[in-house]
Design a protein around this ligand. Structure first.
Ligand code: PHE
Ligand code: ZN
Length: 863
């Protein structure tokens, strides 16, 4: 809570901690409202003589401090709201502190808290300091031994590493002692205690060691952990093969918890997951849930090397672990599920979240240089753009050189807390390449714009391609330099036959021209294949070129992209009042042809069917008019639904599953395509279509089918929607993860009364604002995925959000802060809306007692 003007933390101020913590012993006596923590630290001075020992600690009730076994009286140390300071300490000593904490009162879900009657922890980034006094910074690595004592009702007592002792104590209590042989920073500490069911398996590593695998879930939920366990084994095998990384402990555990601020956490040997990203079965989880579970299980597992064995020197280096680990999980998913489809999904997510961030007041470099609250930097920029940078590095260096660089990184920095510079140096050293220009990708915010112009000389059979780059200014960075941008380009002829294979052109100056000889006929340029760089590309291509690419580009990403670009231009034209009806028919025709292409996968076709999202379109319109975009997009959907009605109904019928559910990518693709058909048919809601969709809903035998139909019915609105929502609620009211979906669907309702319904839902008996999943399902979904209603001209949507931000901020600042961004884009909207967004933001920023988290983002967004 705000007491004085918060101080920014700056990268340039980094200083090493002047002591080493050789050993850390934690002794927990667990009690929901009065847990005692006795911490014994073996400390040795490594820095300047005379430097004081300053330990972080917040919201701790200090019971005692002793040094080398002697109690210290309070004149020997200084305690304030953030630190415990000992001015004069010897060069080597043992410090013991005892504190009391109240996990049951912890609704911020950082540090030690209760979820569903169980103890659990979240320490990244700075939660450990609310558990005990400690140098809570990622560059202080220590070996931990943890003794946990609790009432026997807390059946499992878990922490990092290996279980070395356990047994009964008097008074109905028991204990367990864990030792983690790998030095780690405090943010990787974890503890879980409670009644849980466990699913067990094992994995034999490449060197022949057997690792025990355990997935802990709520009692009765064990079968729902099976998919995650399978994904874990596949991840372990993949990391050995793709990066040569073997797991290091004899035990790997995952625990699912209901109340969790983020997706999941990579604590050493004891990952903790938001239950929404771990539990799945066909009846209650969608294919998208399965897909995300697979990716997140992999992501957290991969952190064991990229994050845990090699960690970050300071939080400015967050992308060192996150960008690389996202890149690794995306590569894994591409191998598991198909590269093109995966790439399209990753780019959609990148554009929706990161490009929007980069275009607004919260734009920041992948490696920022200052922050108030590091919690605010778990952003799409650090994660997703961080991953894009690694991907470009691989494109620029080639597969083998990239692997050589990553091998060197693991060898050189194992056991260290290091920097992005050190990481890039490994690739430079392993390949002999100078990567100093490349580093600017980490330091410069904003999405570069690249434009491409081509001139074909038929007589000389040469093609000249000119590329230009520019990056608009972002907060704190008025002038931008040219970045090295890998642009993968191939050529097709006018009939769609390949004319020239892909080549990577590196645009590393503000403009560059390449000349290609021997081009036999007028080419169609396919540029930025595979989305080879995170940029906005504009070209001088004519719509006819777009149709060639849409029909035939062998690069499936660009084939999809061509369709999106055609659709986007049609929607923008309509939103601007100049609908191109002939163009719309032509687009529908082309889409119809793509849908019957025998050679392409259902999952790919499902992606072709989905028009650019409204938030995506808003980025392409200045100022953005959410109502006009919504109407224009809807009109194009209706035109397609009318034009392709027979085909869509036929596909919808044919794709109905005849066999039992399987979660594999191919079956999921068929369900996605069928749901895509239903979604489009909903845009032409005559009785034939509505009955069909109602039938789809009523016959649904798995959650993917049910959600596909229900979401289409919500689009249709009226009685069809109300009846289906009520039936769904009755059926699933006792399944929290499914109820989250029920709330989220209603938050996406495009009808005029949606905001009133959303407001009413905040007082529904199943709504619980202290549970982040439930809260986000309703509030964040509404603010981020229902632009037509959020941007209601009355400003009621903005006021609703501001009120919710303040309400949640009172107990959970991290969750509150993540909602601020929805108001942050006010400059991109017409004044009538922008002014009201700004007012809502100012109201938030002026609120007394605001958290640092929200204060930082709200003030940046207002600047
Ligand atoms: N480190 C986690 C991840 O990316 C994210 C996280 C951050 C979770 C902070 C909780 C709190 O995998
Ligand atoms: Zn991560």
């Amino acid at each position: 809570m705000r007491t004085e003007t918060p101080q920014a933390i700056r990268l340039v101020d980094y200083r090493p901690f002047p002591f080493e913590i050789e050993e850390t012993h934690l002794h927990f006596r667990l009690d929901p409202s009065a847990t005692r923590v006795v911490t014994t630290l073996k400390i040795r001075r490594t820095g300047e003589a005379g430097a004081p020992l300053v330990l972080n600690g917040e919201r701790l009730k200090l019971i005692s401090v002793s040094m080398d076994g002697h109690a210290l009286d309070s004149s020997a140390y200084r305690q304030d709201a953030e630190f415990l300071t000992l001015e004069a300490v010897p060069d080597a000593f043992v410090l013991t502190t005892e504190v009391e904490i109240d996990p049951a009162a912890n609704k911020a879900l950082m540090g030690l808290y209760m979820s569903g009657g169980r103890f659990c922890t979240q320490c990244e980034a700075e939660g450990f300091r609310t558990i005990t006094y400690f140098p809570d910074r990622p560059d202080v690595l220590s070996r931990y031994t943890v003794r946990i004592e609790a009432d026997q009702a807390f059946q499992h007592l878990l922490s990092n590493g290996n279980l070395i002792d356990s047994g009964a104590l008097g008074g109905g209590r028991h204990y367990a002692v864990w030792n983690d042989p790998f030095p780690k920073p405090a943010y990787l500490f974890a503890l879980v205690a409670g009644e849980l069911d466990v699913l067990e398996d094992s994995f034999v590593t490449m060197s022949g060691r057997t690792v025990a695998l355990k997935v802990f879930v709520d009692p009765g939920q064990a079968p729902r952990g099976a998919y995650a366990l399978d994904a874990l084994k596949r991840s372990m095998a993949w990391d050995e093969q793709a990066f040569g990384r073997e797991y290091d402990l004899d035990l790997f555990m995952i625990v699912a918890v209901r109340d969790f601020n983020f997706g999941a956490m990579e604590n050493k040997g004891l990952n903790i997951f938001n239950s929404s990203l771990l539990l799945a079965d066909p009846e209650t989880a969608t294919d998208l849930d399965f897909e995300r579970i697979e990716a997140v299980v992999a992501h957290e597992y991969f952190h064991n090397w990229t994050g845990n064995r090699i960690t970050c020197r300071d939080w400015f280096q967050l992308c060192l672990k996150e960008g690389f680990t996202v890149f690794r999980d995306q590569s894994f998913s591409a191998d598991q599920r198909g590269a093109a489809v995966q790439r399209i999904k990753d780019v959609k997510a990148l554009r929706a979240r990161q490009f929007a961030e980069d275009a607004g007041p919260l734009a920041h470099p992948v490696r920022p240089s200052s922050y108030l609250k590091i919690d605010n930097f778990y952003t799409a920029t650090i994660y997703e753009k961080g991953a894009e940078i690694i991907r470009m590095l691989k494109t620029l260096l080639g597969d083998d050189a990239f692997r050589a660089g990553s091998d060197l990184y693991f060898e050189r920095h194992d056991g260290q807390a290091t920097t992005v510079e050190a990481f890039i140096a490994c690739f430079a050293d392993a390949t002999g390449r100078d990567l100093s220009d490349f580093f600017a990708w980490y330091e410069q915010a904003g999405t570069p714009s690249v434009s491409l112009a081509s001139t074909y000389d038929a007589a000389a059979r040469t093609l000249e391609i000119s590329l230009t780059q520019a990056t608009a200014q972002t907060p704190g960075q008025p002038a931008k330099k040219a970045l090295p941008i890998p642009v993968t380009i191939g050529l097709l002829d006018a009939n769609g036959a390949p004319l020239r294979d892909s080549e990577v052109v590196v645009l590393d100056t503000s403009t560059k021209t390449v000349r290609w000889a021997g081009i036999a006929s007028t080419p169609v340029v396919s540029a930025l294949r595979g989305f080879s760089a995170p940029v906005n590309l504009t070209t001088d291509a004519r719509p006819a070129d777009g149709y060639v690419l849409f029909a035939a580009d062998p690069d499936l990403f660009n084939r999809w992209e061509a369709g999106q670009t055609l659709a986007r231009d049609l929607i923008l034209a309509r939103a601007a009042g100049s609908a191109d009806e002939v163009g719309e028919e032509r687009y529908a025709e082309a889409l119809g042809r793509a849908l019957v292409d025998e050679a392409s996968e259902p999952a790919f076709k499902a992606l072709l069917l989905a028009l650019p999202s409204e938030p995506d379109l808003a980025l392409a319109m200045e100022p953005a008019d959410p109502a006009a975009l919504h109407a224009a997009r809807r009109a194009l959907r209706t035109r397609i639904a009318v034009h392709l009605g027979d085909l869509l109904r036929r596909l919808h019928g044919e794709l109905q599953a005849s066999s039992a559910f399987s979660a594999d990518a191919r079956s999921a693709g068929m369900r996605a395509l069928r749901n895509g058909c239903a979604d489009l048919l909903a845009a032409d809601p005559h009785a034939l279509n509505v009955d069909r969709i109602v039938g789809h809903f009523e016959a649904a035998a798995n959650m993917t089918d049910a959600m596909g139909a229900l979401s289409a019915l919500v689009q249709i609105g009226g009685e069809a929607r109300d009846k289906a929502l009520a039936a769904f609620h009755t059926k699933w009211r006792h399944e929290p993860l499914v109820l989250d979906k029920w709330f989220a669907l209603q938050a996406r309702d495009p009808s005029a009364s949606a905001l009133d319904r959303v407001i009413a839902l905040t007082t529904h008996e199943d709504f619980d604002a202290t549970n982040p999943n439930r809260f986000r399902a309703l509030v964040s979904t509404f603010a981020n995925f229902n632009p037509a209603r959020f941007h209601d001209p009355s400003g009621a949507g903005y006021r609703f959000l501001a009120e919710k931000i303040l309400a949640v901020d009172a107990y959970n600042p991290m969750t509150a802060a993540r909602l601020v961004e929805a108001l942050g884009g006010w400059r991109r909207y017409p004044d009538t809306l922008g002014t009201q967004m700004r007012e809502a933001l100012s109201g938030v920023a002026a609120h007394p007692g605001l958290s640092k988290n929200v204060l930082e983002l709200a003030s940046k967004a207002l600047d």
